[in-house]
Each structure stands twice: as C-alpha cells, then as structure tokens.
Design a binder for this molecule. Structure first.
Ligand code: ADP
Ligand code: MG
Length: 267
C-alpha cells in the first residue's frame, strides 16, 4: 500500500455545486474513506438535512441523534456529536439529522450566522487533530452552504460529465469570490473532479475537454467513471472502497485521493 504525504496543516474542503445529483455526497464519502485508508485522520461534516453522507459512512443519524444541528443552532461542542465510522479507524463523522432542514430559517436571526460552523470547528480543532475535513453541502446557496464556505479553506467542485454540466458554474465561481472578499479570505477553489464519466460517449469527452480548458490547474487528471457499485454502496452504509475495493469506482476514488494528497495545498 502507498504511503501518502500528510498535510502539515488541516485541509478543510467544502464540496460544492448548487446542482443536485452531481456526485457531491459520493465524492465526500469516498475521498474521505480513501484518505483514511491511506492513514490520514479524516472528518466528514454532513451539512445536508438528507443525511446521505452520514448514512454512507455508517453512523447513526435518526431524529434526536446529537448532530451538526445542535452545533450550529445550539451551543453543543462538536466533540459531543462526532461519531467514529465503523468503516475505518481514522474516519469520523459529524452527522446530520432531519432537524437541520429548519436550520436555514433559524439561522437567519442569529448572531454571527455565517460563522457558526467555522467557530465550532476551530474550537474543536484546538483539542484534536485532523489531516482532512470534508463538508458535504446541500444543493442550494443558503446559510448552511455559506457556513461551509466560511469554515473551509478549499473548495472542491464535482462536475458531472453531462449536458449543462457547466451551467451554473460561473454563478458558483462568483459566489466563491464574494465569500472570499467579505467572509473568508482564505477560501480558494483548489480542485475540480469530473464524475459519472462514461468514456463511451462523445459528450463526456467534450465536457471533460471544456472543463480542462477553463480550469487546467484545478482539474484532477483522475476522472470518476459511472459505476453501479458506487451507487449501490450507500445502501450498505459503506463507501465503495469498503463495499467493493477492486471496482473501477473504488480505484478511481483512491487514485483521486492520492492526487489530492500529492498536489498539496494550492498557493
Ligand atoms: P449530490 O450529493 O450532488 O446530490 P450524490 O453524490 O448523492 O449527488 O449522487 C447522486 C446519485 O448518483 C446517487 O444516487 C449516487 O449514488 C449516484 N452516483 C454518484 N456518483 C456516481 C457514479 N460515479 N456512478 C454511478 N452513480 C453515481
Ligand atoms: Mg448530496
């Protein structure tokens, strides 16, 4: 097994794309699992009320489970809600429950409403250490997503190799710039990952070429193929890496993780 360089400071990624169904959650879970497999200490923060990332790493997130909601809307320290994933020693998760659906509204009238996740996370990081943190966002630009942007220092955008793949991307880039200017000067778009790639179609090649032309530095060389095993894994409460290690989807996410670790923090 490969030994990967560990980052000298915690790399905090928010996985963002206001489109639903482009592979955000899948990317969070599988990159996190891959990096943990390579020996990193990794935290997944589930910020989507659907809780799909929590499901996929196999942690409890029934209604009433202490969750990211209590951290953001309440005053619960993050360490009180973190669970370890049964999948791997180094993999942890701050789960999301359905309560989080109301948070978007509750946050509106709160003090420092954009900074609540960032503050809770920074406090937690004073007492514990992670190499990588991945925040899974809901498919909208509301206060939850803004909290993720403020807490992170890198943005990873998954792009589905389909029609309209680039639609909405310029809006997303504008939003990142606005956050950088007003709320989090450390934020940087570091990584673009092409997902659900079907190498048999011309369309997939065209989308990939387009993305690479616009984002030569950010786009990973590794592409994630469309694979049934990837879509099956969550129903077993597993990443595809635990579910079917040798499958094409698992190998692709492992390779993408290696690339992210080797490239290091962008400057
Ligand atoms: P998002 O979080 O952006 O809404 P998901 O990660 O939940 O997207 O993915 C949407 C759907 O597509 C899910 O059912 C997921 O299992 C499936 N999926 C994601 N990536 C792949 C892939 N590479 N191959 C096949 N199915 C995938
Ligand atoms: Mg999702």
């Amino acid at each position: 097994q490969q030994v990967l360089p560990l980052p000298s400071r915690t790399r905090i990624f928010t996985i963002s794309n206001q489109k639903g169904g482009v592979g955000k959650t899948t990317t969070v879970v599988n990159l996190a699992s891959a990096l943990a497999k390579y020996g990193a200490r990794v935290l997944v923060i589930d910020l989507d009320p659907q809780g799909n990332a929590s499901t996929a790493v196999g942690v409890e997130h029934r209604e009433g489970t202490p969750s990211v909601y209590d951290v953001i809307v309440g005053e619960t320290p993050m360490e009180d809600v973190v669970q370890s994933s049964p999948e791997s020693d180094g993999l942890f998760c701050v789960p999301a429950t359905i309560d989080l659906a109301g948070a978007e509204i509750e946050l509106v009238s709160m003090v420092a409403r954009e900074q609540r996740l960032a503050r809770a996370l920074q406090e937690y990081l004073e007492r514990t250490d992670f190499d990588y943190i991945f925040i899974d966002c809901p498919p909208s630009l509301g206060l939850l997503t803004i909290n993720a942007f403020v807490a992170a220092n890198e943005v990873l955008i998954p792009i589905q190799c389909e029609y309209y793949a680039l639609e909405g991307l310029s809006q997303l880039l504008k939003n990142i710039k606005l956050i950088e200017k007003h709320l989090n000067p450390k934020l940087k778009l570091s990584t673009i990952l092409l997902t659900m790639y079907d190498s048999r179609t011309n369309l997939a090649h065209q989308v990939a070429d387009d993305v690479r032309e616009h984002f030569p530095k950010e786009t990973l060389a590794t592409v994630i193929p469309r694979s049934v095993r990837i879509s099956e894994a969550p129903s077993y409460g597993q990443s595809v890496i635990a579910y079917d290690y040798g499958s094409s989807g698992s190998l692709a996410y492992l390779e993408a993780a290696v690339e992210i670790a080797r490239r290091g923090v962008p400057r």
